[in-house]
Design a protein around this ligand. Structure first.
Ligand SMILES: C[S@@+](CC[C@H](N)C(=O)[O-])C[C@H]1O[C@@H](n2cnc3c(N)ncnc32)[C@H](O)[C@@H]1O
Length: 210
């Protein structure tokens, strides 16, 4: 089963099944971006709109992009707002969906499905205003090292979505090569227990002048 097929099926229960990763990342993005407002946001891998609902309170316009039509359908059923548009696309192909520049580009729980981080960073940086931000919220690599993966239950058993391990330095270096400076790194833990393995890694990067 490829990633698109997996999310088309997962969409039925994505919002309702128990999913600590989904919920903790929702908390993370709201904290990391809380003090900021934006004109145009590109939300990559927007899924069922878990974060779109909040991002539209922070940005005038949001362009949502996702590989899975079924995930997008769930989001469109929830979010009726003239400032939000939805496009089905695979971000490993041409970025025809991204017209002009954005002052915020977000990747929530989606870069683990992308093998070539640098290619995506290159495209994102090309669509970012000077001074614009890239927010990344991912399943923490430490969780991945201990075997965690994007997975869901079906009647036919557990389905695991194709994932790639990216180290913290992979994100930072891919950003640096495209002129992005690291603004903030945070780690989020189950029940705020900092003696446990962190579940979510967030990185906030900003495009430098020139
Ligand atoms: C775990 S979900 C996260 C959804 C949402 N951002 C959230 O935090 O709840 C990952 C999403 O990334 C999308 N995705 C995976 N690979 C993609 C690709 N190559 N292009 C666009 N979207 C992709 C999937 O369809 C899915 O909706």
């Amino acid at each position: 089963m490829n990633t698109q097929q997996a999310y088309d099926i997962w969409s039925d229960i994505y919002d309702t099944n128990i999913n600590k990763t989904r919920d903790l990342e929702a908390k993370a993005i709201r904290e990391i971006l809380s003090g900021k407002t934006f004109k145009r946001c590109l939300e990559i891998g927007s899924g069922t709109g878990k974060n779109t609902e909040w991002l539209i309170t922070k940005a005038d316009e949001i362009v949502c992009v996702d590989l899975s039509e079924a995930m997008l359908n769930k989001a469109q059923a929830k979010i009726v707002n003239s400032g939000v548009t939805f496009t089905q696309a695979d971000i490993t192909r041409e970025w025809d969906f991204a017209e002009g520049e954005f002052d915020l580009i977000t990747f929530s729980l989606m870069l683990e499905h992308i093998e070539d981080l640098q290619e995506v960073f290159n495209k994102a940086a090309a669509h970012l205003t000077t001074g614009g931000y890239i927010y990344i919220g991912e399943l923490h690599p430490f969780k991945q090292y201990s075997g965690s993966k994007a997975r869901f239950e079906t009647e036919a058993g557990q389905q695991i979505v194709t994932c790639f391990n990216h180290h913290v330095s992979d994100f930072v270096q891919a950003g640096k090569k495209t002129g992005l400076a690291l603004v903030e790194v945070q780690e989020y833990f189950d029940d705020d227990d900092r003696t446990s393995v962190p579940r979510i890694l967030t990185l906030l990067m900003r495009k430098n002048d020139g």
